[in-house]
Write a protein that binds this ligand. Structure first.
Ligand code: PMP
Length: 455
């Protein structure tokens, strides 16, 4: 059991002089593609708190885009990284096995394997690489070429991944031609049901739509895979209706299509279960063929994983690899993260495990936000599971209000709450999974004050 981190006082006099100076140099020398939503330059972190170079301490409600699972500089993670880096920091997993990555793979598959069904793991460095690996494997295994993805999805920025990505034209404009043989279908968003459906029928409507493509437009026997986020992240933190994933699994079974779940953002305990698709197991068979993981897997060290059923991972020796993939220092951080997620190591004030904590603190935040929704009519929707929560801002006619969301986001930042937008008009709440109820209250207080000031 580790010491409880202190709760520092929020200090915000932004932007301070050091922040301004570094931001000016950043604007001179770093890629013109980087976004800078507000003036923040981190200096150090502890738990759910980040302190900037001018000494302003902020509460972190976005965790580096759902990455810093165990918060910042978690002593258990730091120790694991230090121990490994003094042994060796690279040999190359593509050529030689390493105990630390072997045991990591064994640990990851335990969360998905069922009796009589073995899984295998490919390790990379980023979410996009895991997605690329998943699509390469699905094509290689099925001998088919076509991939179906969803509108509003995000799968990464490499060529294959941006092709699959179904949101924001800025990701694609000027970069084409993209990967051939990729189609997009609507995502079953109960708040904005597609295809003339209702919140209750949108899952079936999307299934029917996919099947209608198979009649004439796109032969099903040319479709290698359907890739989907079981809960959509960048698209707006959207939870599909309960019947959708079981129906999608059945559709893939019917046509011999590989089902790929992109768990890069919602996976690794964030929703209160190891993988977000497992939230739907109570409604039917939702076991995918391939899973992609990254972000929260190693508390911020770069490592990703593509998990596949053994019967599917049939690509030949030497056909895929990576120089850095499965880096042992990052793998050590992944082990330490799993220790805390699974509850093998307890974090003070977070119950039996970080997964359990995510479920409990998430439910508390959700209940409080629902109360705010009843009070503020511009909060159109509050949705999510565990510490994967989206807050959608709407105009009086119900259409998305991106401008109001931007104002809210900036105002929350000004009060000391680091937050990040997503979708058209959504603020995502994706804090470290070590967030205590007390810390959640601090964040909710800032949110409430901000929302009241928008009226
Ligand atoms: N898939 C999903 C669901 C994501 O949210 C992201 C990143 N936002 C990616 C893939 C790409 O991950 P990375 O940026 O590590 O390449």
């Amino acid at each position: 059991t580790l010491p409880k981190p202190r709760q520092p006082e929020l200090k915000t006099a932004l932007p301070g002089p050091k922040t301004a100076e570094i931001m000016a140099r950043d604007a001179q020398h770093l890629s013109t593609s980087y976004m800078r939503p507000y003036p923040f330059v981190p200096d150090h972190g502890e738990g759910v708190w980040l302190t900037d170079v001018d000494g302003n301490t902020m509460l972190d409600f976005f965790a580096g885009i759902a990455v810093s699972t165990t918060g910042h500089a978690h002593p258990h993670v730091v120790q694991a990284v230090q121990e490994q880096i003094t042994k060796f920091s690279h040999v190359c997993l593509t050529d030689y096995p390493q105990e630390i990555t072997t045991s990591l793979a064994e640990r990851l598959v335990k969360h998905v394997e069922r009796p009589g069904e073995k899984w295998r793991v490919f390790l990379g460095n980023s979410g996009a690489e895991a997605v690329e690996a998943a699509v390469k494997l699905a094509r290689n295994h099925t001998g088919r070429t076509h991939v179906i993805s969803t509108m509003g999805s995000f799968h990464g920025r490499t060529y294959g991944a941006i092709t699959l990505t179904g949101s924001k034209t800025k990701y694609k404009r000027g970069f084409g031609p993209l990967l051939p043989n990729v189609s997009h279908v609507p995502y079953p968003n109960p708040f904005r049901p597609p295809l003339g459906s209702t919140p209750e029928t949108c899952g079936q409507a999307v299934i029917d739509h996919i099947e209608s493509l198979f009649v004439g437009i796109l032969p099903a026997d040319e479709v290698a895979a359907i890739i989907i986020e079981p809960m959509q992240g960048e698209g707006g933190y959207i939870v599909p209706p309960a019947d959708f994933l079981p129906k999608l699994r059945a559709l893939c079974d019917k046509y011999g299509i590989m089902l790929i779940f992109d768990e890069v953002q919602a996976g690794m305990g964030r929703t209160g279960k190891m993988f977000s698709f497992q939230q739907f197991e109570q409604y039917g068979d939702v076991q995918p063929d391939i899973i992609t993981l990254a972000k929260g897997i190693a508390s911020g060290l770069p490592i990703s994983a593509m998990l596949a059923k053994e019967s599917v991972m049939t690509w030949p020796v030497g056909s895929h690899g990576s120089t850095f993939g499965g880096n042992p220092v990052a793998a050590a951080a992944a082990h330490a993260t799993l220790d805390l997620l699974e509850g093998e190591v307890k974090h003070p004030g977070c119950g039996e495990s970080l997964m359990e904590n995510a479920a409990q603190v998430g439910a508390y935040i959700m209940a409080e936000l629902k109360k705010m929704q009843a009070e503020f009519p511009f909060l159109g929707d509050v949705r999510g599971q565990g510490l994967f929560i989206g807050l959608e801002f709407v105009k009086p006619d119900g259409s998305p209000d991106g401008k109001l969301r931007d104002r809210a986001s900036l105002a929350m930042f000004g009060k000391g709450l680091l937050n990040l937008d997503c979708g058209e008009a959504v603020i995502r709440i994706s804090p470290p999974l070590i967030l205590t109820r007390e810390e959640a209250e601090t964040g909710l207080k800032i949110m409430r004050e901000t929302l009241a000031s928008l009226n």
